[in-house]
Design a protein around this ligand. Structure first.
Ligand code: BDR
Ligand code: CA
Length: 318
């Protein structure tokens, strides 16, 4: 089978690096570009890190396009050095990359690639959804020309991680997320409902340092900082939750997940800003369901085979 062409929209980010390498080492996937976004770090550093990661992977043939620097509405609330390090890569402070970003913006790159190959390109956003929403606004036909959108973000039936209500990628641009979930294209949400059930233990993580390739070695260097965040913030936790790589795993083997289909809205106001709300009831006729009327059904991942997912990722890195 020919491999599936994907564009990863990313804010690297320790787990973004793991996801990008996982994709690059999977023959089912053909990464045709990385587009960058603020989130774990500012967009400028996200672009630098994307270039650095491709250099480590010896894949500087893959273009990197610089993305939006702020959400659709209001300012970017700031990066999270306590999760991913000041450099977004666990404070290992890599040298500057020698390869360069392309001149095309992320939004234009996404539009150009999708319109040039109708039905072939899958978008894989693993950061805030600003670039994707802007691309939709500039060229609405991408909704019918894309193959699929598989994103990491959101929390349908569980609490958030960036606030009690919201997951970090969605909270960084709720208006963009509501646009993406409302567009007439096939969207799969790989959110905290599943990623908080996928645990890479210290024993799993120790294997990276035993694998003799530059990508695994980079992960082994950056993951201790990230692990410390989880073990400090989540009482009793050992190791890390697998966020961004879960979206990659879905692309490779969707049977790892159980999916339900719901219309989704994103709260944009108040203390629940960023909460992804499925319309769960059989009372759709009620006036209270009007905000969900005519919304497309989104594939929401609700269950996952955690053991099989972590084994898949580790096997690809070896
Ligand atoms: C998401 O937020 C970021 O910190 C991670 O890279 C992931 O994309 C998890 O909520
Ligand atoms: Ca990310």
């Amino acid at each position: 089978m020919p491999s599936r062409k994907i564009i990863i929209d990313t804010d690297p980010g320790v787990d973004d690096a793991m996801a990008i390498f996982f994709a690059l080492r999977s023959p089912e996937l053909d990464v045709i570009g990385l587009t960058t976004i603020f989130g774990n770090v500012e967009t400028e550093l996200a672009t630098t890190n994307a270039l650095r990661l491709l250099e480590i992977a010896e894949r500087i043939d893959i273009p990197v396009a610089h993305g939006a620097e702020r959400p659709l509405v209001g300012p970017f609330k700031g990066s999270v050095p306590f999760v991913h390090g000041d450099d977004g890569q666990g404070n290992v402070h890599l040298p500057l990359p020698t390869n360069q970003r392309i001149h095309t913006t992320a939004v234009q790159f996404i539009i150009d690639q999708i319109m040039a190959a109708p039905g072939e390109i899958t978008l894989v956003p693993i950061g805030p959804l600003t670039n994707i929403a802007q691309a939709l606004r500039r060229e609405p036909r991408i909704a019918t020309h894309v193959k699929e959108v598989v994103l990491m973000g959101g929390n349908a039936f569980c609490p958030g991680n960036a606030s009690p209500a919201a997951e970090a990628n969605i909270l960084n641009d709720p208006e963009a997320a509501d646009t993406v979930f409302g567009a007439p294209w096939p969207v799969t949400m790989v959110g905290l409902d599943v990623t908080h059930k996928v645990n890479m233990t210290p024993e799993h993580l120790a294997r990276y340092s035993q694998i003799n390739n530059p990508m695994a070695q980079h992960i082994a260097r950056i993951v201790p900082f990230y692990r410390q965040y989880f073990e400090t913030d989540f009482s009793g936790m050992r190791g890390i939750y697998v966020h961004d790589s879960s979206a990659i795993a879905y692309l490779i083997d969707p049977t790892l997940f159980r999916v339900e289909r719901w219309p989704l809205r994103v709260e944009t106001r108040g203390i629940s800003r960023g909460k992804t709300w499925p319309a769960v009831s059989n009372r759709e006729t009620s006036a209270h369901f009007v905000p969900w009327h005519n919304r497309p059904l989104v594939n929401v991942c609700v269950e996952v085979d955690s053991a099989r997912l972590t084994a898949l990722e580790l096997s690809r890195m070896a």
